[in-house]
Design a protein around this ligand. Structure first.
Ligand code: ADP
Length: 486
């Protein structure tokens, strides 16, 4: 008998434009459960036409929304946060069904949404300007104003929070939005938009268009009415969107790939460090741009660290995210193939598989995209996994002998998003954290994504920051007003 827990709650399947649920003109998209391979539901899809309608709705509602009494805007944002909280179980279930992550992790993600909504609601009151010392009879003022219509494109790995962490600051700033979610996880987006409507967010302030990525992307980037594009996804797509946005000179934020180094110095407490590593690595089954992807361990503790790590990874359970496991499936077959290829390449070039290394295909695992939690030892920069984003449950171990050597190896990446280092010597931590060419550094912890702190990367990991006051400012323009008194 089908587990009742596993049944998709009743949910809209249409696009949401100008406050109305609308049919799309293109073929519907079937959403799959990656743990069972089953079809969950089909959602409507639109293309350029619907995107243009959504942009027009966002443009029309912008003067009203940006001009609304601030207190009213803040109230609506808080109401959305409250509704997300009331619906946490429903939203988490929808996410686990379409994305695969364990239900407990889905709940944490929804909790982050709640924090994001309330935090940005409050921050809307604090978008302060400046006055600058000016010559006699002049007043120099700096004001911050919302940029206008925002285009947002989001990925499948955090299908709910990637949306909220963009839309919350955008609407808090007074902007209006057109969102395109990832095709494999549109339901989490729909579920959030249902709550926007219930909370009384005025028509046209947030619009949802599902459909072919490049068509919607091109329409958003080509539009002169869209003044800002915010994107999370792969570096290749980010580069394409950056180029496309050049013609209309949009403001742009790009949260792209990462390949986080996780550095363990000899004095780090092994048990706590292993615990942090395993928790962060297997979060979302390694499908995170902040996932520790290259684990550098100082030679003198390599053996004891590896032993403790093996024991910990051995405890990681894999299965349907509704069944209380540590990790769920990967998102699709393509993801599994990439991991296969990275492991095969590493093995061929001399890496040892200490644990896992294979797909899980038997019994309950047959229909989903499951993979064994894997540890690879003896990884070197000759292997693809040293440079390619991993996006799966693989821990590559690399040994280092000195601070200089590890800094050089850690920075040997196109990417520059998250980095982690573990040591009791905080002087060393300070020095190394300065040298790391990354947008974020976790010292003795991995909590780098916080509603109040800037999240983002350097190099090929992107442009701009999300979260905190930095995040809201990405949706504002600066205006200088120079007044002369006759
Ligand atoms: P990932 O699949 O690793 O999340 P992608 O960059 O492929 O990364 O996808 C992130 C988001 O970007 C998704 O919503 C996807 O549909 C969208 N996307 C993919 N290709 C394009 C494109 N050419 N133009 C605009 N959006 C795109």
């Amino acid at each position: 008998m089908k587990n009742i827990k596993g049944t998709l709650p009743k949910i809209q399947t249409r696009l949401y434009i100008d406050g109305k649920w609308m049919e799309g003109s293109l073929k519907p998209n079937v959403v799959l459960n990656p743990a069972t391979g089953e079809e969950l539901i089909a959602v409507e899809q639109g293309g350029a036409k619907e995107t243009e309608q959504a942009i027009a709705a966002a443009k029309k509602s912008f003067p009203l929304w940006s001009g609304m009494e601030l207190k009213e805007r803040v109230k609506i944002l808080h109401r959305i946060g409250d509704l997300i909280e009331e619906n946490i179980n429903r939203l988490a279930l929808i996410m686990t069904l379409e994305q695969g992550k364990p239900l407990a992790e889905s709940k944490v993600e929804i909790q982050t949404n709640i924090d994001n909504m309330h935090w940005n609601a409050e921050e809307a009151r604090r978008v302060y300007g400046e006055t600058i010392p000016a010559p006699n009879n002049y007043k120099y003022e700096v004001k911050k104003q919302p940029v206008g219509v925002v285009g947002a494109i989001t990925p499948w790995n955090f299908p709910s929070n990637m949306i909220v962490r963009k839309i919350a600051p955008a609407i808090a700033a007074g902007c209006t939005v057109v969102l395109k979610p990832a095709s494999s996880t549109p339901l989490s987006a729909i579920a959030i938009f249902e709550l926007f409507k219930e909370a009384g967010l005025p028509d046209g302030v947030a619009n949802l268009v599902m459909g072919p990525a490049s068509k919607i992307g091109k329409t958003l980037t080509a539009s002169e009415d869209v003044r800002k594009l915010t994107f999370t996804g792969s570096t290749a797509v980010g580069q394409e969107l950056y180029k496309q946005s050049g013609d209309t000179l949009k403001k742009i934020s790009l949260e792209l790939g990462g390949h986080a180094p996780f550095i363990v110095f000899a004095d780090a407490p092994i048990e706590e460090t292993v615990e942090s590593l395993v928790k962060m690595k297997f979060r979302n089954n390694g499908q995170a741009c902040t996932s520790p992807n290259r684990i550098f361990v100082e030679k003198s503790i390599k053996e004891s660290f590896t032993k403790a790590l093996q024991e910990a990874v051995y405890q990681v359970t894999v299965g349907n995210g509704l069944d209380g496991v540590t990790v769920g499936p990967l998102i699709n077959e393509e993801a599994r193939k990439t991991i296969d290829e990275q492991i095969a390449d590493a093995k061929e070039k001399g890496a040892d598989v200490l644990l896992g290394g294979e797909r899980l295909t038997k019994g309950d695992y047959q229909k989903g995209f499951f993979y064994q939690p894997t540890i690879l030892d003896g990884v070197t920069n000759k292997m693809n996994i040293f440079y390619e984003e991993t996006f799966g449950p693989v821990i590559p171990l690399i040994t280092f002998k000195s601070e200089e050597q590890v800094i050089k190896m850690a920075n040997d990446s196109h990417f520059g998003l998250a980095s982690y280092l573990f040591t009791k010597d905080l002087r060393l931590a300070e020095k190394v954290s300065r040298a790391l060419q990354y947008g974020m550094v976790g010292i003795n912890n991995t909590g780098i994504s916080q509603p109040e702190a800037p999240f983002g990367g350097v190099k090929y990991s992107g442009l701009g920051r999300e979260n905190g006051h930095f995040g809201i400012e990405e949706f504002m323009e600066i205006k200088f007003v120079n007044t002369f008194y006759f």
